[in-house]
Design a protein around this ligand. Structure first.
Ligand SMILES: [Zn+2]
Ligand SMILES: [Zn+2]
Length: 95
């Protein structure tokens, strides 16, 4: 099995807040509520069959980038995602 990063452009509707998200190929979470969905084994591959909703737990700043920690509500896996430029980080930072 080769593991390559696939850029997968797709639009989706956020299953948490109903926001219509325009995919840019990298963003796998909603810029408004920051919830994600557990669909990737490796970023962009959409190989994960879990499909659970991933709750944004915290935001940390590393090397001047925002990293969002997501936790899957279904299987409990934790993942770290780079925040996108248009993410509404005040949602998390205000907590
Ligand atoms: Zn949302
Ligand atoms: Zn999961």
């Amino acid at each position: 099995m080769t593991k390559t990063f696939k850029r997968n452009k797709e639009n989706f509707t956020c299953e948490h807040c109903g926001n219509a998200v325009t995919g840019n190929g990298y963003t796998n979470h909603c810029p408004k509520c920051l919830w994600s969905k557990h669909v990737d084994e490796n970023p962009g591959d959409r190989n994960e069959t879990c499909g659970g909703m991933m709750r944004p737990k915290s935001v940390v700043i590393e090397k001047r980038e925002f990293i969002i920690s997501h936790e899957c509500e279904k299987c409990g896996v934790k993942k770290r995602n780079k925040a996108a430029e248009n993410d509404d980080l005040s949602t998390l930072l205000s907590k």
